[in-house]
Design a protein around this ligand. Structure first.
Ligand SMILES: NC(=O)c1ccc[n+]([C@@H]2O[C@H](COP(=O)([O-])OP(=O)(O)OC[C@H]3O[C@@H](n4cnc5c(N)ncnc54)[C@H](OP(=O)(O)O)[C@@H]3O)[C@@H](O)[C@H]2O)c1
Length: 316
């Protein structure tokens, strides 16, 4: 039987990397914009999703499935450059959705817990979204556009993290550095730098590997609709960071707690945006507790980039 064609838009994202790594059951196509990628068995094309004409390159590929993992994900940057955020997150999605509809492709759109205000915790899919920052607002608008495609699937993860080899990206722009909270913490610990981490922002961090595996599973099941697909553990950033330190063999005395008020981030953050994922778990999808997720990342780094492992790792 011929393999289905999957196009990963935003193959240069963390999630894109994991999808291409796990997607050998598909004929793989991927896009990048600023950061060219190296990936075996994948046809790679450059597309700026803001440019409607550029997106028409997809018509020739005729993918059965389009996964939109492209977005402007830097929350503070979105707040400062609102128009750019709107262009990428809203207009970009509109351009892709139009093509998916034209081709009759399945459109999988990756959204976020940031569509919620963060005043409730354990949000279910039917809870009213009410984003508190530009990133969340543009992502909510993109959800509305995605949901107009006949065969759509909207997934909401939260704080994506995971390991990605630095050689995967050929060209690097400044935004790449801050994309992955867990890897950022690890690099700072490795450099023995002091970290002020908020203890009042709670979320359900999502291992990108797990999300990618689940996306493939959901394609096989031809699932449609809106689903929360994060990790299972509701945890604040401070405790998340400390768990990373412990698992990777670092003492956590370089990590000091602070409040969101003290940190003065540019964009307001939802404080309690943990997602309730029961709806998807009931469909047989496996999600991870935070310890399991960090352990998977730890095992990969131990093998692939052991210089990031701390001194107390073996004694755990
Ligand atoms: N990061 C998180 O904590 C988080 C949490 C919840 C949900 N999400 C959602 O999950 C998805 C993937 O996130 P991620 O963190 O894996 O992404 P990421 O690593 O920040 O990468 C962003 C991707 O978007 C692409 N992109 C940006 N502007 C583009 C444009 N104009 N045209 C084409 N591509 C463009 C980038 O391409 P180049 O690098 O080649 O320019 C890159 O592939 C996003 O939809 C995000 O909103 C993320």
């Amino acid at each position: 039987m011929n393999k289905k064609r999957m196009l990963v838009v935003g193959g240069s994202s963390l999630l894109g990397y994991k999808l291409l790594e796990n997607g050998s059951c598909f004929e793989l196509y991927s896009t990048y914009n600023k950061n060219l990628i190296v990936s075996k068995n994948t046809e790679i094309i450059k597309i700026n999703i803001v440019d409607e004409k550029d997106c028409q390159k997809i018509l020739e590929l005729k993918p059965d499935i389009i996964v939109n993992a492209a977005a402007m994900t830097n929350v503070d940057y979105c707040e400062q450059f609102r128009e750019e955020a709107y262009e990428v997150n809203v207009i970009g999605t509109k351009n892709l959705a139009k093509i998916a509809q034209q081709l009759g492709s399945k459109f999988i759109h990756i959204s976020t817990d940031a569509v919620f205000s963060g005043e409730k915790n354990q949000y279910v899919e039917d809870d009213e979204p009410n984003p508190v920052n530009i990133y969340g607002k543009t992502k909510l608008e993109s959800e509305k556009i995605a949901s107009e495609v006949s065969n759509y699937l909207i997934l909401r993860p939260s704080v994506l993290f995971g390991w990605m080899p630095s050689k995967y990206l050929q060209v690097r722009d400044n935004s790449v550095k801050t994309r992955n909270f867990a890897l950022w913490i690890l690099k700072k610990l490795n450099e023995k730098q002091k970290l002020s981490i908020v203890d009042d922002q709670f979320s359900t961090p999502t291992l990108a590997d797990n999300l990618a595996e689940n996306i493939i599973e959901l394609i096989k099941k031809d699932m449609q609709g809106v689903f929360h697909t994060s990790g299972l553990s509701c945890i604040n950033r401070l405790d998340f960071s400390k768990k990373i330190a412990k698992t990777f063999g670092y003492l956590d005395n370089f990590i000091v707690p602070c409040s969101s008020k003290e940190l003065k981030q540019i964009a307001i953050r939802p404080l309690q945006s943990c997602l309730n994922c029961e709806k998807i778990v009931k469909k047989g999808i496996k999600l991870l507790e935070i310890e399991q997720a960090i352990e998977i990342m730890h095992n990969q780094i131990k093998k692939e980039e052991p210089e990031l492992i701390g001194e107390t790792s073996e004694k755990k």
